[in-house]
Write a protein that binds this ligand. Structure first.
Ligand code: NAP
Length: 285
């Protein structure tokens, strides 16, 4: 039976590290770390994420600046705000909550954020840095996964790592981070043949597909570390991962639950990136 990887506990320890360092920056350098969060429109899920980010800022002693813009905001108005925030010294990190309304081009907005303040690590400059292993910021969800794997004491070097999913925000950067740690990485997607066979070879299996219970126990090698990134809302309102937990935990050595696994890590890593940004902008990192 697998040991459960407690994402809440690991994320609490990341947030405590950030809080301690932020307090030190305030006391020793008079520096208060600030994160600006911009939300456009009334998407209820986005609203929840933005509130959680604000709460996390408070918990670690950051200032948060929230900009809740009307659904009818034009792209130009949003770009103007991003430019103001790029120049605002109180703001170390800028996060524009996605998705944006359809009349706004997300790429144009992401590209307008100063790479030094791009704490989501979505700007092409930061994506490129991840590729060559010279990261300023790690993309939050994959960085959270790396921290969860580390919490198990599992060595990645030389292991067969399989990532299911190749999105720009999860699958691709996840594969790069595992590769930088010398894992032998296979990336699977909707056109992959023999998925079950490939999964059965995985010592470390990271699943980011967005389909409830997609990976079942018969696809998991005995003793594998299984990380479930998926967050799927079932008809009855329950949150469910991409891995069928009951069958998978019989095969895995370690497994993340949903909720309480990867989810809490993403915000913790966002706080860490914002702290890194503040240090870099002030010549302290
Ligand atoms: P996405 O952009 O929709 O990407 C899904 C990936 O899964 C795609 O690469 C797709 O392949 C692949 N896929 C779909 N069907 C497949 C199949 N039958 N076999 C193999 N691969 C298949 O999703 P995402 O943004 O990466 O997110 C994935 C999941 O993680 C979602 O449930 C999301 O809610 C969750 N998530 C959680 C967090 C967190 O903080 N916990 C953060 C981000 C995302 P193709 O490229 O070929 O289409």
């Amino acid at each position: 039976m697998a040991q459960i990887i407690d994402g809440k506990q690991v994320s609490a320890s990341v947030k405590q590290e950030v809080k301690d360092e932020a307090a030190k920056l305030r006391e020793e350098k008079g520096l208060k770390v600030g994160l600006a969060v911009v939300i456009v429109g009334n998407n209820p899920a986005s609203r929840v994420y933005v509130n959680n980010k604000k709460k996390a800022c408070e918990a670690v002693g950051f200032q948060s600046f929230e900009y809740a813009l009307d659904e009818a905001t034009t792209q130009e108005q949003l770009l103007d705000l991003v430019n103001v925030l790029n120049r605002d010294d109180r703001v170390n990190g800028i996060l524009v909550q996605l998705p944006l309304p359809k009349h706004i081009d997300e790429k144009t907005v992401i590209n307008a954020i100063s790479p030094e303040k791009d704490v989501d690590a979505f700007h092409p400059v930061n994506v490129g840095k991840i590729m060559i292993g010279e990261y300023a910021f790690l993309p939050c969800t994959p960085a959270g996964v790396m921290r969860l794997i580390a919490s198990t004491g599992t060595e990645i070097a030389g292991k067969q790592c399989v990532v299911i999913g190749r999105s720009n925000i999860v699958g691709k950067p996840m594969a790069m981070l595992l590769l930088h740690e010398s894992g032998t990485v296979t990336v699977c997607h909707s056109k992959t043949k023999n998925l079950k066979e490939i999964c059965l070879g995985a010592d470390i299996l990271v699943v980011a597909v967005g389909r409830a219970n997609f990976v079942t126990g018969d696809m998991i090698k005995e003793g594998a570390v299984v990380i479930d990134v998926g967050m799927n809302r079932l008809d009855d309102g329950r949150l469910c991962g991409d891995v069928e937990f009951e069958s998978a935990e019989k095969k895995a050595s370690y497994i993340t639950p949903v909720p309480g696994g990867v989810g809490p890590m993403t915000i913790a890593m966002l706080m860490k990136n914002t702290l890194t940004a503040a240090k870099q902008q002030n010549g302290l990192a």
